[in-house]
Design a protein around this ligand. Structure first.
Ligand SMILES: Cc1cc2nc3c(=O)[nH]c(=O)nc-3n(C[C@H](O)[C@H](O)[C@H](O)COP(=O)(O)OP(=O)(O)OC[C@H]3O[C@@H](n4cnc5c(N)ncnc54)[C@H](O)[C@@H]3O)c2cc1C
Length: 482
C-alpha cells in the first residue's frame, strides 16, 4: 500500500535500546520528533535477561535527561566491585568499580534487566510524544530516483516515505541487508552463551567472573536488584556442534532442563555452591551464539545523498565480554545527534541537509575506529577468560590478571569503554572541521584575489608568490583550464 501522506523527516527502524535512545536524543538535541517502527507486537514486562550499563553510556542518557538516567539507575543495581575468581570460589583479584567512573561518581556501572531498561526508555519516549508503531517490521528500503525521499516498506505491505532513515534494527538488520547485503556475512564466533535470571541473591557484592579448567568454561554473575541476579555461562562450542535451531528465548521447561544439566556438571567439577544455587532457580533462560560481521562494515552511511544511517548492532554487532555492546550504540547516538545539532540545525526542529555530508562523514570517522577498538578489547578479554579455562595457560593468565589489577586498580581493558566522553570527542572534531573550513575559505579567498589580480595584470610570476600556484593568472584562463 503506497503511503499518500507527507513524508516524515526522520524514521527510525527498530525500537530496541538504541532506537529508543536515538528517538529521545533527536528530540532533545535536534528538536526533531522521529517516527519509530518496531517489528515486535509490543514490549512485555518480566521477559529476557539483563545487561550492564557503564559510565560512557550513562553519560549520553544523562545528557538527554537527568531524570531518565535516575529512572534507569533506580531500576538497576550498582556493581560496586569486579571480582575474578576460580570456580571453587577462590578469589584471584578484586577491584573497586569506582575507577571506571572516577571523573563522575554519578555514573557508576550497574546491572539491569533488559525489559526494565526498555520500559524506562519507552516511558520517556511516550512522555516526549514520540510515535512508536508496533508490528511494523521493515522488509525493504527503496531510494527514489526523482527526489531525496526514501521509501520504507513494511512486511504487512504498507510503506512510509522519509527524508532520513536510521537503521537501529539490531544484529540481523533488514536496513543493513538492503543497503550493504553481499558485502559481509554473519559469522559465528565459536562461543555459545547460556544465560538466565534467578531470584536467588548473590551472597557477595558485585559482578564476578569465575572460570573452570574442569568444566572448560567461563561465566559472569551480576546483580540486577537486591534479590536477583543474572548469570551467563560462556561455552566454547564448535560451529558444527552448535545447535543454531535452539538459539533464542528458551521455554521455562527447556531453560530448567538446560540449566539442571549445567548445574549437575558444575557440582561434579567442584564449583562453589553460590554459583550453582541460582541455576536451580532459573527464570527467563536465553541461549545465544555470539556472531560478528565478517568483514566489519567499512561504511555505516548509505544512499545517494547519505541519508540512510546505521546505528547500534545494525552497524556493529558485538561480542559482550567487556559489556560494551549497547553502550557503543548509545555512544553512536550521542555522537550523531550532537553532530546533527552542530552542523545541520540552525534552530531546534530546523534540520537542513546542506552539511549532512560532513556530519555523516565525521560520524563514520569518529565511530568506526572507536567501535573496532572496543571490539578488539572485548575479544582480548574473551581470550583471557578462555585461557583461564585451559590448564596449560591458566597459571600464567591468573598471574597476569593479578598484576594488571594491582597496577591499574582494575583490568585495563575495561578503561577504553567506560571512561570515554563522547562530548569531548565531538567538540574536538567540530573545532578541527571549522578550522579546516576557515583555512579553505582563506585559501579560496587568496586564490580569488590572485585570479582577480591576474585578470588585471595578465599572467606573470610574482616574486613574492610562494609557488607557481600562487602566481597571478587571469581568472578566465583558470576557469577555461577547468
Ligand atoms: C549475552 C549478551 C550479553 C550482553 N551484555 C551486554 C552488557 O552487559 N552491556 C552492553 O552494553 N551490551 C551488552 N550486550 C549487547 C547488547 O545487548 C546489544 O548491543 C544491544 O541490545 C543492541 O541494541 P540495538 O538496539 O542496536 O539492537 P537490539 O537490541 O537487537 O534491538 C533491535 C530492535 O529492532 C527490532 N527489529 C529487528 N528487525 C526489525 C525490522 N526488520 N523492522 C523493525 N524492527 C526490527 C527488534 O525487534 C528490536 O526491538 C550483550 C549481548 C549479549 C548477547
Amino acid at each position: 500500500m503506497e503511503d499518500q501522506s507527507e513524508p516524515c523527516q526522520c524514521l527510525i527502524a527498530g525500537g530496541g535500546i538504541v532506537g529508543l535512545v536515538l528517538a529521545l536524543a533527536l528530540k532533545k538535541h535536534v528538536g526533531i520528533t522521529a517516527e519509530v517502527y518496531e517489528r515486535a507486537e509490543g514490549f512485555a514486562d518480566d521477559v529476557g535477561a539483563a545487561l550492564g550499563m557503564y559510565a560512557n553510556g550513562l553519560r549520553v542518557l544523562r545528557d538527554i535527561d537527568p531524570k531518565l538516567m535516575e529512572a534507569i539507575k533506580d531500576a538497576g543495581r550498582p556493581y560496586g566491585y569486579r571480582r575474578w575468581e576460580r570456580h571453587d570460589g577462590t578469589e584471584i583479584a578484586v577491584a573497586s568499580e569506582d575507577v571506571l567512573s572516577a571523573d563522575d561518581s554519578e555514573l557508576c556501572s550497574l546491572g539491569i534487566r533488559r525489559w526494565r531498561l526498555q520500559k524506562a526508555l519507552y516511558n520517556a519516549v511516550k512522555d516526549a510524544g514520540i510515535p512508536l508503531h508496533f508490528s511494523k517490521g521493515i522488509s525493504n528500503v527503496i531510494e527514489r530516483d526523482d527526489d531525496d525521499r526514501i521509501q520504507v516498506v513494511f512486511a504487512d505491505g504498507t510503506s512510509r516515505y522519509t527524508e532520513l532513515l536510521f537503521g537501529a534494527d539490531g544484529g540481523k538488520s533488514a536496513v543493513r541487508e538492503t543497503v550493504a547485503g553481499g558485502t559481509y556475512e554473519i559469522k559465528y564466533t565459536g562461543v555459545t552463551c547460556l544465560m538466565g535470571m534467578s531470584d536467588c541473591p548473590s551472597p557477595q557484592e558485585g559482578i564476578s567472573f569465575p572460570t573452570s579448567e574442569q568444566t572448560q568454561c567461563h561465566a559472569v554473575y551480576f546483580p540486577t536488584g537486591t534479590d536477583e541476579q543474572c548469570f551467563q555461562i560462556h561455552i566454547p562450542t564448535k560451529e558444527d556442534e552448535a545447535d543454531k535451531t535452539n538459539w533464542g528465548n528458551l521455554s521455562a521447561v527447556e531453560g530448567q532442563e538446560e540449566f539442571a544439566r549445567v548445574a549437575e556438571t558444575m557440582k561434579k567439577d567442584g564449583w562453589h555452591q553460590r554459583y550453582i544455587d541460582p541455576l536451580h532457580r532459573v527464570e527467563h533462560a536465553v541461549k545465544v551464539g555470539f556472531c560478528l560481521l565478517n568483514p566489519k562494515l567499512e561504511r555505516w552511511v548509505y544512499g545517494k545523498n547519505r541519508r540512510i544511517i546505521l546505528v547500534g548492532d545494525a552497524a556493529h554487532p558485538p561480542v559482550p565480554y567487556v559489556g560494551q555492546g549497547a553502550q557503543m550504540g548509545v555512544e553512536d547516538v550521542g555522537t550523531l545527534t550532537l553532530l546533527l545539532q552542530n552542523l545541520c540545525c540552525s534552530a531546534p526542529g530546523n534540520l537542513d541537509f546542506k552539511r549532512l555530508d560532513e556530519a555523516t562523514k565525521l560520524y563514520e570517522k569518529l565511530r568506526i575506529p572507536r567501535v573496532a577498538m572496543i571490539l578488539d578489547c572485548s575479544q582480548q578479554l574473551g581470550k583471557l577468560q578462555e585461557s583461564r579455562t585451559k590448564t596449560s595457560d591458566c597459571g600464567l593468565s591468573e598471574l597476569l590478571l593479578q598484576g594488571e589489577v594491582m597496577l591499574n586498580d582494575t583490568l585495563p581493558v575495561m578503561f577504553p569503554g567506560a571512561t570515554y566522553n563522547y562530548r569531548v570527542e565531538v567538540a574536538d572534531a567540530i573545532t578541527d572541521l571549522e578550522e579546516l573550513r576557515a583555512k579553505l575559505d582563506d585559501r579560496n579567498a587568496f586564490e580569488d584575489l590572485m585570479a582577480r589580480a591576474g585578470d588585471i595584470f595578465g599572467e606573470y610570476e610574482h616574486p613574492l608568490a610562494p609557488s607557481s600556484t600562487h602566481s597571478f593568472r587571469p581568472a578566465t584562463a583558470v576557469r577555461t583550464a577547468h
